[in-house]
Write a new protein. Structure first.
Lengths: 300, 423
């Protein structure tokens, strides 16, 4: 008898195991949900982990206000269909309260501002563990992240003082005021995510699939025309057939020209891709250690 | 579409890499990723730019894995970095662990989930203390396969003699260890010889290059499919009228196989029942085996909670409060000695533990037992006996990696301070 599990099934089982550990080890966890493909896969795995019961934690979206409208619509419809609880906290509120200042200039982004809104949300609800869909293959600083990532009372990550993680034994013990970021998809790659979406027949927002959109080229990526972006002098908007490989803010998430309009097409496209999915994210290109710097401050 | 389904059915090899500071470990991993076309253009451009900035002559492949600012500044690897790549045959998870003596805990961490370990040896220096240390840890953590890569063969003029010398030195040391499967490959990580493609510079080597070895090594026996062990992680109890009688015991099969209808015993209560269904969102399953995550439904309504274990009545684990174990001590600031108290995590159970005796420490360079000093300091390995606050359901680590392993947690700092392998 051959009792081997395919790599996708092993990753699924590992992620479900982590979700259940979180439910058991923490008093007040939350699943960070953005409406992007990784968080949709997270939600799917969470439903599997606790089926047929409801999720033992709510979802929270830190909404920059610069999201693609298609993503927000998808988010709301999905949550409604499942009957799960969604908390939305707005970066705009943090700006209005004077807690953060909007960045200025052509490349202004709300990416960094999210940190404050997130930390405020954690404090408001006393969340002690935030489940996130980050993967180690996304970015080099993430490659050193633990499944259970400890944050001090200021929400900061200390990469040089991480708890060793051995076997399947996860240490979620903490002092008052501290919390954890938990990453069940740590061992997944972009291709694994897409294969899983295909395998499980998971619905996604339409912007992941090929569509016509008015875009312009900036620093080698194709940004969508939107009310949140000011065009530079030589930037010209034109209609192209594109899709998005990740879903972040309209201000910094580039699209790629692609005819892929089914998950099957995307799996083959990703399998032969020559640029990482974050290659189209201007927020990571700011400096060599942009991600590490944001993570230390409390970014997930 | 057919080929994509096949991709889904690849299996998974987890391996760890160990070597000392300048053995070229990061370069080797960079090479594996680069030559298997797992490095993307933007990653390549990024390290090309950084290499130029630092004045490196060649593109520095090590920059791919050294993700933290301090690592890039100092040109060293500090923490375990995980890397992923796939070939049409397999998906690979690499735990890249630093070789510095003070970071042994990272190797133990990387080794704890690995099926295979690559030990890098510099052909010019031969087997050194750290090689022995790494081989010992690989044995301690029961890694099934060891591949000794004799690196920098370009710097010894591709000579077979240098390679054979490392091979015999290693075999001599390893004869005192319980290593299952050891292979030796002469390589040049920098130039790519015998990494992905067979080296033209070393026609005397008749074996497989590294990548082929990784793709073909047999890992079907990595799990214990004999001793049925199911640690209960969580009880699924839907608060809805539709499912109001539903009570699913959720967990990940640690070992063995469970089928509906099987008679089972629940520990610690000792009550016996039968499996009614093995349940997941995909429907009911005809069996469950390691490492599947499932929910189990039983015919009888027994009080079961997290930390309990479902087993078979004719094959029970050891049950007891006195534990003998090998440990590796991780704390920079604290030490372990007789009388020290900790929290212990073992499967889904958490108990208090007190060190009864510190039996011996192992000098990992000579493999000698040291009985004169009962105090464990950072990175020290040895045997202790523990008394725990409630019975554990355990097997020896040799027979069962999941029910034979534990971690110790400092009750003041909450830090993970030791890993334990039950004897």
């Amino acid at each position: 008898m051959d009792y081997r599990l395919s790599h996708i099934k092993q990753l699924e089982s590992e992620a479900i195991f982590i979700m259940r550990e979180v439910a058991a080890q923490f008093e007040n966890p939350v699943l960070l949900f953005s409406g992007g493909k990784d968080s949709i896969v997270m939600l799917h795995l969470a439903l599997k982990a606790f089926h047929p019961a409801k999720l033992p934690f709510p979802l929270m979206h830190v909404d920059t206000g610069h999201n693609f409208p298609e993503t927000i619509k998808f988010r709301d419809e999905l949550v409604e269909k499942l009957g799960e609880r969604l908390i939305v906290r707005l970066v705009q509120d943090s700006i209005d309260q004077g807690k953060v200042a909007e960045e200025k200039g052509a490349n202004a982004s709300r990416n960094r501002l999210q940190i404050v809104t997130l930390l405020d949300g954690i404090e408001e609800f006393n969340f002690d563990a935030c489940l996130g869909g980050a993967r180690r293959d996304e970015e080099k600083a993430r490659a050193k992240e633990r499944f259970f990532s400890h944050r001090d009372e200021f929400g900061q990550w200390d990469p040089k003082n991480q708890r060793p993680e051995l076997w399947n034994l996860f240490n979620g013990r903490k002092h008052f005021g501290e919390n954890f970021r938990i990453f069940p998809l740590s061992n997944w790659t972009e291709l694994d995510i897409w294969q899983y979406i295909l395998w499980e027949n998971i619905d996604l927002p339409p912007i992941y699939f090929s569509h016509k959109r008015r875009v312009f080229s900036r620093h080698g990526t194709l940004l969508a025309e939107s009310p949140f972006v000011t065009l530079g002098e030589n930037e010209v908007v034109e209609e192209r057939v594109v899709r998005f490989r990740t879903v972040g803010d309209m201000t910094n998430t580039g699209s790629v020209e692609s005819p892929a309009n089914s998950v099957e097409d995307i799996v083959s496209e990703v399998a032969s891709a020559r640029v990482t999915e974050r290659g189209a994210r201007a927020d990571d290109k700011r400096s060599e250690t942009a991600m590490e710097d944001r993570k230390k401050e409390g970014y997930f | 579409m057919e080929s994509d389904i096949k991709d889904n059915e690849m299996d998974l090899l987890r391996f760890t890499t160990a070597g000392s500071a300048d053995d070229g470990k990061s370069t080797l991993i960079g090479r594996l990723l680069y030559d298997s076309k797992s490095i993307f253009e933007d990653q390549w451009e990024a390290i090309e730019t950084s290499s130029k900035k630092k004045g490196d002559e060649n593109v520095n492949l090590a920059l791919l894995t050294d993700g933290l600012k301090a690592e890039r500044e100092q040109g060293i690897t500090i923490d375990v970095a995980y890397r992923y790549y796939a070939t049409p045959r397999r998906k690979f998870i690499i735990a890249d662990t630093p070789g510095h003596i003070q970071y042994t805990r990272n190797m133990v961490t990387g080794a704890s989930t690995a099926n295979l370990a690559i030990l890098l040896v510099d052909a010019r220096n031969g087997v050194i203390e750290q090689t022995c240390r790494h081989a010992f840890i690989a044995t301690l953590l029961q890694i099934q396969h060891i591949v000794v890569c004799v690196n920098k063969m370009d710097l010894v003029d591709w000579e077979e003699e240098a390679f054979r010398k490392v091979e015999s030195e290693f075999r001599k040391f390893a004869s005192r260890l319980d290593l299952a499967d050891v292979r030796f490959i002469p390589i040049s990580a920098l130039l790519g010889d015998n990494v992905v493609d067979r080296s033209k510079n070393m026609p005397w080597y008749g074996g497989s290059p590294l990548l082929e070895t990784l793709e073909t090594v047999y890992i079907g026996d990595a799990q214990n499919h004999v001793d049925a062990r199911f640690p209960v992680q969580w009880v699924v109890r839907p608060q809805s009228s539709e499912h109001h009688d539903f009570r699913g015991y959720a967990g990940r099969v640690a070992s063995g196989v469970f089928k509906p209808g099987d008679e089972v015993t629940v520990l610690p209560s000792g009550f016996t029942s039968r499996i009614k269904a093995i349940h997941s969102m995909d429907g009911e399953q005809s069996e469950a085996f390691a490492p599947q995550s499932v929910s189990m439904l039983l015919y009888d309504d027994i009080d079961i909670s997290r930390g309990d274990m479902i087993v078979k009545p004719n094959n029970k684990p050891n049950i007891g409060q006195d534990i003998e174990a090998m440990i590796c001590w991780f704390s920079y600031t604290e030490t372990l000695r007789p009388g020290s108290r900790f929290l212990m995590k073992h499967t889904s159970k958490e108990v208090k533990a007190i060190v009864r005796e510190s039996r011996y420490k192992v000098d990992v360079n000579t493999l000698h037992k040291v009985e004169s000093d009962p105090e464990f300091k950072l990175n020290e390995v040895g045997r202790i006996s523990l008394r725990v606050s409630a019975p554990l359901f355990y097997d020896s680590y040799k027979n069962n990696r999941t029910t034979g392993s534990f971690i110790l947690i400092d009750m003041n700092t909450n830090a993970t301070v030791a890993s334990g392998m039950i004897i």
